[in-house]
Unconditional design. Structure first.
Length: 95
């Protein structure tokens, strides 16, 4: 059964870079729990945007890195310590 448009209206549009509160909501935990899990290494570190050392700098999480980390934990993909060639190898296998 195909999803109707009305079924999808409640889903949020998630920007690529997420604030701590948005990232926590995205992965389904409270902001405090998310911060704890980032400290423990469960989630990737944030990216500092707005200039180093500036008061206006913001910490933002890349939504695709959050997805990748969850995929690794759930066994959907294997962790790769290389600099991006593993994805190309995987793509070539399916091409």
């Amino acid at each position: 059964m195909a999803a109707r448009v009305s079924d999808l209206e409640g889903l949020p549009y998630w920007p690529r870079l997420l604030s701590r509160d948005q990232a926590a909501r995205y992965v389904g935990v409270s902001p405090g729990q998310f911060a704890k899990e980032v400290e423990e290494g469960r989630w990737p570190e944030p990216e500092r945007r707005g200039g180093a050392g500036r008061r206006t700098a913001r910490l933002l999480w890349d939504r695709l890195l959050l997805d990748r980390r969850q995929d690794e934990r759930s066994g959907l993909v294997q962790h790769s310590s290389t600099t991006g060639t593993a994805g190309a190898d995987e793509w070539a296998r399916w091409s």
